[in-house]
Design a protein around this ligand. Structure first.
Ligand SMILES: [Zn+2]
Length: 290
């Protein structure tokens, strides 16, 4: 990746790639064919925007990248521009730009929420030598908040445990996820979340990978785990339904771009089924997902 992170002074007149966020919605330019692109302009004011925060992200192939945060959607945008939820731009923006946009979304939302000191109430300034804000009155430092969360695919033989939260569209199931609590290890969080949400015990945790999830500041840590005991019992609040599924009878699943989908594809490959749905189980084998 040719993106190089950097900190430094930033203002509305810097020429470069402007990643302008209103919450998790990114400003894109759309041409007549429906293509979406991040604007590259001589300054964000050229788009008629007056962002509430501006931060230098770094350079992409030598060109400055800036994150702008807007508290509210502007009354008017230039013709051909609109705000689009970042999730909808997965696979639409080039991968490098999507990764920069993920970083920008996180930092713009952090910036908007950290303009005043939580200790003494005075305005905060961006530090010039590291990614932080500092209170010039009391010296309190604020670094970008990153909230770790676990996301776990639990397997039992060739089956996978999937659950439905009230936030999901009807018929859609996913793997389990939850935030790490203060003072808790990531491993303990996996065991606690699964126990709390579906009442079962797991073993043999295997770390698969991670994904920044800037809605607004999560870092998803993905695991595979093995069923170790207990019966499914849901609370009916956080989780409405949960069940074991085989690869040839999966319900509606999260779309591409989420780490849930990475884990599901990992599971399907492990049990000999392609992510497109071909299943080794159809051939009479009973593989394990370990
Ligand atoms: Zn202060």
């Amino acid at each position: 990746m040719s993106f190089v992170p950097a900190v430094g002074p930033a203002d509305e007149e810097i020429a470069g790639w402007w990643y302008c966020f209103q919450r998790a919605h990114l400003l894109v330019r759309e041409d007549g064919s429906g293509e979406s692109a991040v604007p590259r302009t001589p300054g964000v004011s050229a788009l008629g925007l007056r962002p509430d925060t501006v931060q230098l992200l770094g350079t992409h192939d030598g060109i400055p990248c800036l994150a702008a945060g807007l508290d509210a959607a502007p009354a008017a945008l230039p013709p051909g521009y609109r705000f689009v939820h970042l999730r909808e731009l997965f696979g639409v923006l080039p991968d490098e730009q999507f990764a920069i946009a993920t970083r920008a979304a996180h930092l713009a939302q952090w910036d908007l929420a950290h303009r005043f000191c939580g200790r003494c109430g005075k305005p905060l300034a961006l530090k010039s030598d590291e990614r932080a804000r500092v209170c010039l009155a009391c010296g309190q430092l604020y670094y970008p908040q990153i909230s770790p969360a676990v996301i776990v695919a639990v397997c039992r033989g060739d089956q996978i445990l999937l659950a439905r939260s009230p936030r999901f569209p009807p018929g859609t199931y996913s793997v389990l996820a939850g935030f790490v609590e203060a003072g808790e290890t990531v491993e303990a969080c996996v065991h606690r979340e699964i126990r709390e949400e579906v009442g079962i015990e797991v073993a043999h945790l295997r770390y698969i990978g991670s994904q920044p999830w800037p809605y607004p500041n999560s870092l998803m840590l993905g695991f595979m785990a093995e069923y170790a005991g207990g019966e499914i019992r849901v609370d009916g609040v956080e989780i409405l339904e949960a069940a074991w599924f085989t690869p040839d009878a999966l319900p509606g699943l999260p779309g591409p771009g989420s780490f849930a989908r990475v884990l599901l594809d990992h599971y399907l490959r492990r049990v000999g089924a392609s992510p497109e749905g071909r299943s080794a189980a159809h051939e009479g084998r009973r593989p394990s997902c370990r």
